[in-house]
Write a protein that binds this ligand. Structure first.
Ligand code: ADP
Ligand code: ADP
Length: 224
């Protein structure tokens, strides 16, 4: 089975904007999958439907074989979502933040992997520093760690490098690659072709709410 599977996914916002128009795609388990498309293509809408933040108009979506309508809690437990905004309480430390998150997801204390997760994202030495002392890049990596607290098999990132200094993106990619190397399926949106090319093994291109192409990165870029 696929990690994420959507069929005929359609979203018409109030006011009539058709942001997604019958998109069907499968994200294979273990993939590093890129959702590529220009601004306004519908990428965030698709991600937000999976995250439970936007209600779809039509179609189906399954995460790790759990239907988001029939078993929404189980579907939600199977993904971690890294939001675009860097909203973190400045007076919480990474350790505290991950503890609160683990509590919300009901992860028993004995099963919490706080330091292991902070280590993967390169923040082990910042475990007890206030978030206010962390750089923008470190905050985003902390949000990756936060999304992984309940050990979801799928990690979703919406434009993770928006606002991150070009030169400092590398740290973030190392963190996400580290998650993928641990077996986590990655689904990220981007409007940078080079970013998708460098990171992803499979790319879906969406434009005006429709799937324009879907293939391995090598096959897709060979064709362009
Ligand atoms: P992307 O992430 O690819 O930039 P979005 O999914 O954010 O695209 O947006 C797709 C289209 O839907 C755009 O035309 C956008 O303006 C519109 N849209 C997004 N959110 C809303 C909303 N809450 N209400 C109405 N239109 C929206
Ligand atoms: P990235 O955006 O890739 O995460 P950072 O901006 O976090 O990169 O910084 C790169 C390196 O500089 C970090 O690994 C860290 O060692 C150091 N650094 C940056 N900001 C701070 C800070 N506020 N406090 C301590 N060290 C920092």
């Amino acid at each position: 089975a696929a990690a994420v599977s959507v069929t005929g996914l359609t979203k018409v916002y109030r006011g009539g904007k058709r942001a997604l128009d019958g998109v069907s795609l499968d994200v294979p388990r273990g993939a590093f999958f890129g959702l590529l498309g220009p601004n306004g293509a519908g990428k965030s809408t698709l991600i937000n439907i999976l995250a439970g933040l936007v209600i779809k108009t039509a179609g189906t979506a399954r995460i790790w074989d759990r239907d988001i309508d029939r078993t929404p809690r189980a579907a939600k437990a199977a993904i971690g979502v890294v939001p675009q905004e860097l909203n973190l309480d400045p007076f919480f430390t990474p350790r505290e933040l991950l503890d609160v998150q683990a509590g919300m997801y009901g992860v028993p204390r004995a099963e919490r992997r706080t330091m292991e997760i902070l280590d993967i994202v390169g923040l082990a030495d910042k475990a007890d520093s206030y978030a206010r002392t962390l750089s923008g890049g470190m905050r985003r990596r902390l949000l990756v760690a936060k999304a992984m607290v309940h050990s979801p098999p799928v990690l979703v990132l919406d434009e993770p490098t928006a606002g991150v200094d070009l030169e400092l993106r590398q740290h973030l990619w190392e963190a996400v690659r580290g998650m993928n190397a641990q077996g986590v399926t990655i689904l990220l949106t981007t409007h940078y072709l080079e970013e998708a090319e460098q990171l992803c093994d499979r790319i879906a291109i969406i434009n005006h709410g429709k799937l324009a192409a879907l293939d391995t990165t090598a096959a897709l870029l060979g064709r362009i």
